[in-house]
Structures are given as C-alpha cells and as structure tokens.
Design a protein around this ligand. Sequence first.
Ligand code: AMP
Length: 359
Amino acid sequence: MTSTNPSKTIGIIGGGQLGQMMAISAIYMGHKVIALDPAADCPASRVAEMIEAPYDDVDALSQLAERCDVLTYEFENVDADGLDAVVSEGQLPQGTDLLRISQNRIFEKDFLANEAGVTVAPYRVIASAQDLDGLDFSKKYVLKTATGGYDGHGQVVIKGPEDLAEAKALAETTNCVLEEFVAFDLEISVLISGNGQEFTVFPVQENQHRNNILSKTIVPARISDALAQKAQEMAQKIAQQLHLAGTLCVELFVAGDEILVNEIAPRPHNSGHYSIEACNFSQFDTHILGVLGAPLPEIELLRPAVMLNVLGQDMAAAQAFCTQNPSAHLHLYGKLEAKDNRKMGHVTVLTDKPDSCNL
Ligand code: AMP
C-alpha cells in the first residue's frame, strides 16, 4: 500500500516575528520549516532550522530553494531578481511581481489605482525637487520616498510653504510620491488570503498608531457594516488582480463615507496578530494553507479582540498588564535586546471594551 506524505518543507525568507509565527502554524500542520536570516538568534530560530545569510545572498537563496518544496517571504524588502534567479516553476506562489509592486510606492499606486481600480489619495510622482514648485498650499500633502520607507520613515508632511525646504531635500535624494493629506477619521486594515484561485477575507481591523508605529488594533473596527463591506470588497479586488497566494494586508483610511487604500503588505501583518486567538484560523494559518495551494476556510471572528503591541519600552507595562489581566495572551518573540521602538511582542485580549485595554 502506498501513502502520500502531506508534509512539506517550507522555506521562509526572513526570520523575524512574522517568520516565527508562520513557522509555528506550518509546524502544527505537520510541515518542516527552514528560515533564512542573517541573525542566527532571530525569532524564527526558536522554531525552525536556519540558514544564516543576508537576504540577497543568491547562493543561500539557491540552497534554500533546493531544500524546500515551497518558498515564502515574511517581508517585502527581499531581492526579487535574486529570487527569480533561484526558484523553480511554482515554487514561490506569492510571486515576485507582488514584491516589486510593494517595494516601490510608484508601482504600488499605479497598480492600486489603475489595475486594481481601488480609490487611493490623489497623488503624483516626484522625480526631482523642481517637481514640487508651484504647489497649491490650500491643500496639505505627504511626500513619501518611492522605496525604503517604513513606519513613517522617508516621509515629510507638507502643511504649508514652511515645510517645502525639507520636502525638497528629500525629493533631491530619490524618487518620491506626493499624496494629498487625508484628514481621516480612522485607519483600518483588511487581511485577505488566497490560494491562487479563491480567497478568504478577515474582519476589518481598526488601527491606532503611536509615533507612526502600530500601537493598538481593535476588531471589529468601529465602522458601519456598509463601510466594512466596502473595505473588504476593495481587498477582494486587489487580491483578484494579483491572483493572490498567501496572506496580504491592505491598509486603508476611512474619511467620512469614503475609503481610500493607503498601501499593501504582501504578507501577514502586525494588525492581524489578534487572529491567532480571536479567529477560527489565524492569518498565519491561512498564509501557509494559501502558499501550499490548499482549500481555504471561511474566516469567523469568534470574539471581539484588542491587540496591544509590546515595544522595547513597554516590556514592564506588558508584564504588569498581564498580571492584572490573566486572560490576556502575552506573545513574546524571543528577541534578546529590548531596544526602544523594537517590536518585542504583543498582547491579545478577547474583549468588547477596547478603550479599557492600554499598556
Ligand atoms: P505609510 O508608511 O504610508 O503607512 O504611512 C505611515 C502613516 O502616515 C500612516 O499610517 C498614516 O497615519 C500617515 N499617512 C500616510 N499617508 C497619509 C496621507 N496621505 N494622509 C494622511 N496621513 C497619512
């Protein structure tokens, strides 16, 4: 009698907390995981075999590809050309097009506005400092570098002529995108997972930031059903256009009755960590199922939830919070040094009283 072994070897490029939580999902489904990361003691090293190498080391990527059935990435700044050079047909279900789109805000805006056909803030490409001449200062803007920006880095808010010099200095260094400033009521995000053919969408998440870093996620987002449905439909349009495999996060602004897409992340996202406890399947479970081309479950939110990020400076507060709230789920990623603003872990509380949960 023959039997088919369903266990696969999954290679994850990047061994941070997202790689670690993907690996945990994969492992309890019976798969083996190898993670590639320059740091031998990265979070994924606690649960996966490691290849210790820079992300753009083509020999190391090639070794990973040879040893794994399927490859995935935990963040978008992976060398797309290097990956294309080493993967075999079908081995990287997320593809490198999605990487290229999410690595460059010019491609990303063009894809969102013109290919996926979703609403984004009015924008234009800024190729030199002179392109900022003659701005209409009756509006405010955000200038963002096309590549390399994250958590508000590589951005200048232009509220008036007094901000022009700083903006021009940024525009002189690299190509940028100039967006109209959106006076949003709320920031939300929607996770969607695909298996190349069908999709499953998560409930809408409400996100609060501190110093441009995600601080708190509340689910379900406190918006009308009609707006929530609109946000989920936008995520579906994007996923369809991408033939999405794995999990993608769409970040959006809610401004009155309008919803605008801000950006996409081609992977599980910090705002989706609550799904580990609050949903029937987590964003990491559906990511693994999706990249393996398995059928996807319909997602149910089992309980309303709040996720609080634990940054380096929040470690003591998080311990105290969990001592006072024994039903809170504390996740620590195993990072050795608690630096300021470094994401050390998160806390999930299953509650419908989000305002009472704070670190
Ligand atoms: P991003 O790197 O594009 O996610 O931007 C970081 C943060 O800056 C967002 O979470 C928003 O709070 C803010 N932001 C970005 N773009 C805009 C915009 N066009 N209007 C207003 N706020 C923005």
